[in-house]
Design a protein around this ligand. Structure first.
Ligand code: SF4
Ligand code: SF4
Length: 423
């Protein structure tokens, strides 16, 4: 974001306060500095040079402390009548923050370890394999090596090799062909949620869409961008554009809300790069969330039923980042046998927010508890949500036992209705 864009974005705020009750951190603490309006005032002071960029997560009261506590959920953008581009401003100020603030060594290692592990499928697989031997926790030496907390819990698939089996390079369309798309395999999704990728490919194929999964792709850069690591994020964005622009695809399909939201904004991220700006805009225009694409295409009738009471949690970067709320609900309601029930405060962040749950565990846990209480009150047997962070974090907060609801990506439920036929 250049200087003019930052100034224009900050000036758009008229301090009306309509965003306050949409903000999970403000609702939790009641502190104006933990609200969007308060944080915009802090950003303005920093960018205009009137407020020193001091403080980090360990220094209460400083600007950095309250900026670190922001989830980046962008619920404030949805609530704002003035069109303040809060998400872009947050990324810009965090980039400034990472350059100006010297974080304590432990925190720096934790941040670097998280980004280096979660966005690197090889390291991630190593951490998970270690976790299989230690009852679902990443082993202490590996956690230390990777810069992760010693008691880091990960949702471990029962069969890791099977769970991380790569999606075929090409999945042919079934029946009359209606499209040809590329699928983002990404980083976290590829290792931890590969079954969601397989379900995505099968559901699209069942709807007459050929699915190509380019092998040379990698991390999209979203986690880096959200943490203020702008140079790394731009570098990963360029690589992603290069990996996907070679094929002649109708769309680039993403089943991770955080990645899709970031990739749709590559045009903005690279707008000041003369070599990449136009290529990034062309690429971003093709990025579609899987629910958005399928809903627009019109799903074919499903032969099997999923007989369950189902509710839906809006991933922040789908609801607020991409403004997609009706397509996933409409698809879920189309599945034979599904009784859909709305979730109170469905679009309030669950506390996951990328690596926020590692860096701000107290706030993240408080939001997780609220989310789980609302989920349980619906009596749903299945909770659907379209982002890996939400899937993992909500799963960790759910009670154990036979009565606990299952958590699934919406496309996995569609897959059962098309292919598996569980009911
Ligand atoms: S709703 Fe928009 S204009 Fe009003 S205080 Fe919040 S960010 Fe500023
Ligand atoms: S991004 Fe989310 S947590 Fe941050 S100020 Fe906006 S609503 Fe609050």
């Amino acid at each position: 974001m250049n200087k003019d864009d930052i100034e224009k974005g900050l000036m758009a705020c008229v301090h009306c306060g309509f965003c306050l009750q949409a903000c999970p951190t403000y609702r939790e603490t009641g502190d104006e500095s933990d609200s969007p309006r308060g944080r915009l005032v802090l950003m303005r002071g920093i960018f205009e040079g009137n407020l020193p960029m001091v403080g980090d997560s360990s220094e209460p009261g400083g600007a950095g402390y309250h900026l670190d506590r922001c989830l980046g959920c962008r619920a404030c953008e949805t609530a704002c009548p003035s069109g303040v581009p809060y998400g872009h401003l947050l990324e810009a100020v965090r980039e400034r923050q990472e350059q100006a603030v010297h974080r304590p060594v432990g925190e720096r290692m934790l941040r670097d370890g998280l980004l280096g592990t979660l966005t690197n499928p090889g390291r991630m697989a190593l951490a998970l394999r270690g976790g299989k031997l230690t009852g679902g926790k990443i082993p202490v030496p590996v956690a230390r090596f990777l810069g992760l907390p010693a008691d880091t819990a990960m949702p471990l698939p029962a069969n890791l090799s099977e769970a991380s089996r790569p999606v075929p390079a090409v999945t042919p369309a079934r029946g009359e062909k209606r499209g040809r798309v590329a699928l983002l395999a990404g980083c976290v999704m590829r290792v931890l949620f590969a079954p969601v990728h397989h379900a995505t490919a099968r559901v699209l194929a069942a709807n007459g869409v050929e699915v190509v999964c380019p092998r040379e792709q990698g991390c999209c850069g979203a986690l880096h961008g959200h943490q203020g690591e702008g140079d790394d994020a731009r570098d990963l964005a360029r690589r992603t554009v290069a990996a996907f622009e070679k094929g002649n695809y109708d769309a680039v399909i993403v089943n991770s809300a955080g990645c899709g939201s970031f990739m749709k904004e590559y045009g903005h991220l690279l707008k000041d790069d003369p070599e990449w700006a136009a290529r990034a805009r062309t690429f971003s225009a093709k990025v579609k969330d899987v629910s958005e694409y399928l809903h627009a295409l019109g799903p074919r009738p499903m032969p099997a039923a999923v007989n369950a009471r189902v509710t839906y949690h809006d991933a922040c970067h789908l609801a607020h980042g991409q403004k997609i709320t009706s397509a996933p609900r409409a698809l879920l309601k189309t599945i034979p046998g599904v009784t859909f029930v709305e979730l109170p405060d469905a679009d309030q962040c669950c506390g996951s927010a990328g690596v926020y749950n590692f860096l701000q565990p107290d706030m993240a846990r408080a939001l997780q508890r609220k989310k789980v209480a609302n989920l349980l009150a619906t009596g749903a047997q299945i909770v659907a949500t379209g982002n890996p962070g939400c899937l993992a974090w909500i799963q960790q907060g759910l009670p154990e036992g036979a009565e606990a609801p299952e958590i699934a990506h919406p496309v996995e439920l569609l897959d059962r209705a098309y292919v598996v036929g569980a009911g």
